[in-house]
Ligand binder design. Structure first.
Ligand code: PXP
Length: 249
């Protein structure tokens, strides 16, 4: 079903804001990071406006909408407040993620299957406003089927468990996670959903995910912002792009 083979790279700039907010000042500026990411070949910018505003702020979203020349993928929880913000900005894409205040990062995928009616109503106005709606879920058949039923255009498959298993040397678990990501990306594609993937990806584990033919976009943040300390942001992104292209060749 997929027609384009070039894998897109979305750069998540949340953790530039995390560093900025550690001191409460104006730098490092996430908008400047977004512009460097664009210059380094990013196909899109992702930013997650969390309910507690721990990293990205409302002003960052205003600024991104003004300066970006590539699409903004606006990550948000399924709350009324976030829906209002998304409807005001009408970003290119909205990615619905689960959110818990106490978590350090987005720990799992969204429970779509049990919240089908509620989510179908939640995303309808976003779709009517012209946003592409993506749902961040585990590589799980039930969740993929539910995402399709509620009218999502995209599913983003959570790669966190795969990446953790790789980093911790649990290779049997890693290979099992990879096998289910492979199988579920094929399944989602067969239902007509566009498949994205992300969370926890590094130079060390990106290639098997980048090689999955149905995956059209990767969203990568934390590792690259960390690498930017050592390499600079532009070279860190160029290196990731090269790894992705090599895996796809
Ligand atoms: N995709 C989604 C839906 C996410 O929530 C995140 C983390 O905010 C990412 C991708 C990027 O994950 P990471 O920062 O670990 O690369």
């Amino acid at each position: 079903m997929h027609s384009e083979s070039r894998l897109r790279l979305g750069i998540n700039i949340d953790h530039v804001a995390t560093v900025r907010n550690a001191r409460g000042g104006a730098y490092p500026d996430p908008l400047r990071a977004a512009q460097i990411a664009e210059a380094a070949g990013a196909d899109g910018i992702t930013a997650h406006l969390r309910e507690d505003r721990r990293h990205i702020s409302d002003a960052d979203i205003d600024g991104l909408m003004e300066v970006l020349t590539v699409p903004l993928n606006f990550e948000m929880a399924a709350t009324d407040e976030m829906q209002q913000i998304a409807l005001r900005h009408k970003p290119h894409a909205v990615c619905i993620v689960p959110e818990k205040r106490e978590e350090r990062t987005t720990e799992g995928g969204l429970e779509v299957a049990r919240e089908e009616n509620k989510l179908a109503h939640f995303i309808a106005p976003l779709r009517e406003a012209g946003c592409r709606v993506s749902i961040f879920i585990a590589a799980d058949r039930r969740q993929i089927e539910a995402a399709q039923r509620i009218g999502a255009e995209i599913v983003e498959l959570h790669t966190g468990a795969y990446c953790d298993a790789h980093a911790e040397g649990r290779f049997t678990d890693r290979d099992r996670e990879l096998a289910s990501l492979r199988e579920m990306s094929t399944f989602a594609d067969s239902l007509g959903l566009e498949v994205h993937a992300g969370h926890g990806l590094t130079y060390g584990c990106v290639q098997p995910i980048a090689a999955l033919p149905e995956v059209r976009e990767l969203n990568i943040g934390h590792f690259l912002i960390g690498e930017a300390i050592f390499l600079g942001l532009h070279p860190a992104i160029v290196k990731m792009r090269a790894q992705m292209d090599e895996a796809r060749a």
